[in-house]
Design a protein around this ligand. Structure first.
Ligand SMILES: [Zn+2]
Length: 141
């Protein structure tokens, strides 16, 4: 009985249903493609680069767990933790605590910024100081 009802309904709405099915298949396909793309495009970085006042002060491998104290500007500090290939600020001297709230980062180009301490923690792919030479430096020379 139930099956019969179901079939009748299918016949009545067959056109509408098939459109709906196609719609959902397309949506799912788009989701899958986006997911796969994001995996490739935003791959996990290899290093955690720490800058204070624009200068690179330390670079840590993301695959090595550790806890580091970053000495920021104005005698401030940030405690950087690397854990499970993710980096985050555990503790900080800044009054706003925004850097702590920024959570964990692990993807290339993601960063945690602590404005009061002028600390920037960024995920990079290479250890080099490739982007250190900014325009300001070039002019200074
Ligand atoms: Zn902060």
């Amino acid at each position: 009985m139930k099956k019969q009802d179901h079939i009748r309904q299918d016949v009545n709405n067959s056109k509408k249903n098939s459109y709906e099915i196609i719609f959902w298949i397309v949506i799912m396909a788009v989701c899958v493609v986006l997911f796969v793309l994001s995996r490739f495009m935003y791959k996990t970085g290899k290093y955690v680069q720490v800058r204070v006042d624009g200068k690179i002060v330390a670079t840590y491998p993301l695959e090595v767990d550790g806890e580091y104290t970053i000495k920021g500007s104005n005698e401030g500090y940030n405690t950087l933790v690397i854990e499970d290939e993710q980096a985050y600020i555990l503790e900080a001297s800044c009054p706003d605590g925004l850097c702590i709230k920024q959570g964990r980062i692990h993807r290339r180009s993601q960063s945690i910024i602590c404005l009061p301490n002028k600390v920037v923690v960024e995920i990079t792919d290479d250890k080099g100081e490739s982007d250190e030479q900014e325009d300001v430096d070039a002019v200074a020379k």
